[in-house]
Design a protein around this ligand. Structure first.
Ligand SMILES: [Zn+2]
Length: 348
């Protein structure tokens, strides 16, 4: 029975591997958290909160939202709302970033943050069909030392059984002027802890494919976030396709936040898939772009000229990009395939 309030793009079952919990906070929630934290906001109307006209002004809003998260309950609330909101648009499995550098520098405990996020996710999982694991994001702006300290603290938590939801690390935030090599010790420590590794690379305007190569060869990244600059290097495209190194692509974000393309019609998503790359479509920071996963899929359909069946197939193939084990992947693939047949028919 299809819910007629939802369209096909909401109904397509999806994995999402590139979404920052701090970028999913409902505007009304930011206002409430800011009031509670005693942090004045520059606007009274919550709908005006997520207005920005450049990457720098976007980051200013992102950091403002981060500053409203001061207690374990705040983290629990945003994680809960984030997963519930995703599930309403077809999210079935997410590996979600949280980037705690600012909070740790301000004296918050990583154990409390992870406990809050875990609590919120568990509450959302109990109410929806979505599941969610966590990726600890290194904020590149804080440098390699802070990155290594984050991984070491994560290791302590894992040894005491307090970070089981955190299955990997990533590195996000600014890319310009950052030497990726400084994060090598953090990535090596993460590998030794048995954590999976991904990395934002090849996103910002002015950055070519070299950061993608560094992420793979120096940091040992097993997945690349964004990575759209890869199209400038056919050898690297062929290598990532043959080694099945996934890229988590965020088409609307690349237009709206990074300003790398003027419109989705210019986005290389379709060419990347045609070249055999393993891809997922993701929202990155959906609340800040008035976006959700269903609207992202619709925007790609309309902007890139692909069908719902093409998107549903991409979503099924995206299961291979997850860090689920083989049995969970097989289960999810069977579920997606069955659901997809009922939604887009034999075209899939
Ligand atoms: Zn991102």
């Amino acid at each position: 029975m299809v819910d007629d309030r939802l369209d096909v793009y909401d109904l397509i079952p999806k994995v999402e591997l590139h979404c920052h919990v701090e970028g999913t906070v409902r505007p009304g929630t930011v206002v409430e958290l800011a009031r509670k934290a005693g942090r004045p906001l520059p606007v009274d109307d919550p709908s005006l909160l997520y207005r920005y006209d450049s990457l720098d002004s976007f980051l200013a809003v992102f950091w403002l939202v981060q500053e409203t998260l001061v207690s374990r309950d705040d983290w629990a609330r945003i994680a809960y709302e984030s997963v519930v909101d995703g599930a309403a648009h077809g999210l079935r499995y997410r590996e979600m970033f949280f980037t705690p550098a600012r909070h740790l520098a301000a004296g918050q405990d990583l154990g409390d943050i992870v406990a809050g996020l875990t609590e919120g996710i568990e509450a959302a999982e109990a109410e929806t069909a979505a599941r969610c694991m966590l990726i600890a994001g290194i904020d590149k702006a804080y440098g390699g030392g802070a990155g290594l300290a984050l991984v070491e603290r994560l290791g302590e938590l894992r040894r005491s059984g307090r970070a089981e939801r955190v299955i990997g690390i990533g590195a996000d935030s600014t890319e310009l002027g950052v030497d990726m090599r400084q994060f090598q010790p953090a990535y090596a420590a993460a590998r030794d802890l048995g954590l999976r590794r991904t990395c934002h690379a090849g996103e910002a305007v002015g950055v070519g494919p070299e950061n993608i190569r560094l992420a793979i060869d120096v940091l040992g990244a097993q997945r690349i976030d964004h990575g759209v600059a890869i199209v400038e290097d056919p050898t690297l495209v062929a290598r990532c396709a043959s080694e099945r190194i996934p890229l988590t692509v965020c088409p609307t974000s690349n237009v709206v936040i990074a300003n790398r393309y003027r419109s989705l019609a210019e986005h290389p998503l379709v060419a990347m898939r045609d070249a055999g790359l393993l891809l997922t479509i993701n929202t990155d920071d959906p609340a800040m772009m008035d976006l959700d996963l269903g609207r992202e899929y619709r925007a790609v359909a309309e902007g890139c000229g692909v069908t719902a069946a093409w998107l549903a197939n991409l979503a099924i193939d995206g299961i291979e990009s997850t860090w689920l084990d083989a049995a969970d992947r097989a289960t999810l693939r069977a579920e997606f395939t069955a659901m997809t047949e009922g939604i887009v028919g034999d075209d899939a």
